[in-house]
Design a protein around this ligand. Sequence first.
Ligand code: FMN
Ligand code: SF4
Ligand code: SF4
Length: 321
Amino acid sequence: MAENKLKVLIIYYTQSGNTQQIAKRIAAGAASAGAEVTVTRLKRASYEMLADYDLIGLGSPVWKADTPNLHAFIDKLPDQNGKHCFAFNTHGTLPHLYFPIVIPNLKNHGFLPIGYKGWYGDVNMPGMPKPYYTMGHPDRQDLAEAEAFGAEMVENSRRIAAGERELIYPDPEMNDKVFEQAMICSNMLLCPTNPQGAFLRDPEKCRYPKCHVCMDNCMMDYIDLSKTPPVFGNRGDRCDDCHECAYCFMICPFGAIYPEDPEQFERDKGHRHLNFEVMLDRDEAEGTFRRYIPADQVGFDTPYVFWHPQRPYLKVPKEDD
Ligand SMILES: Cc1cc2nc3c(=O)[nH]c(=O)nc-3n(C[C@H](O)[C@H](O)[C@H](O)COP(=O)(O)O)c2cc1C
Ligand code: SF4
Ligand code: SF4
């Protein structure tokens, strides 16, 4: 009798498309290993869906650790009774806090995390240098690794179910890199508001209801322009959410979303991130980072919004991209 196909559900969040590319290649790898695979964006995932699958993949960009929407999704998960899962991410220069936070969180909700892996990705934040240190990622090698990881997770899930528990990845190490990054991130983690300042909406420039891009893509569901008065951001008339998100500002096609402080990104010009550089040098020396932008060609004098002044600054990736 033919063996039942392992059913895999891959749930991901993405803003600039890196995690989506990786998610799709993990899915291709899982399918090549004989699984039946479904890929879905986080906003379309439901807890009920999980019951239909044997193996769940969860992925997002690294924002200190996971993203707040993925974190909230995991926090409210019903008990998974030992169901197999794996975690993945894409990241810029500070990746090491993610798995030490996400893996225990998944375990707390009854998942058995069997593996995890992250990949470098380009970074598109309004005040960050462009070209960024990690531009060029994910590259072909990253995508090939993602495919191999997808196949490995399917194969391992079958074998772990058959008793080979030694294939479960060890818990993420709490090593010097994790503590070092926690130190660097600590001021950001403790900041109660957005370190980039608040973002506001200009009703004169806004084309709602013809346009609703920000409403459709705010990860926190903070925007509802159909209300009277319209709701925008965590304060109702502005967003200063602490997670350093600027997505609506980046994706508004009409320049209707603006930083409260007009000089905000001017001040980022010429700013070098020396702590990032030390880490990347080390990761490069250890062979875990492939560099495409030489250190002296990183765009310190051209933060993203000066390097790419056209609106929208960033396009929302389509699901079939
Ligand atoms: C708000 C925000 C916070 C971020 N924080 C981190 C971080 O703490 N560490 C890191 O390595 N990368 C960080 N990044 C970079 C992203 O993790 C990286 O660009 C990722 O590949 C983006 O994935 P996406 O294209 O799927 O959105 C951050 C990006 C944004 C927009
Ligand atoms: S994306 Fe810009 S134009 Fe579109 S609804 Fe939002 S604020 Fe208005
Ligand atoms: S910055 Fe914009 S997209 Fe990001 S959480 Fe705030 S309102 Fe939502």
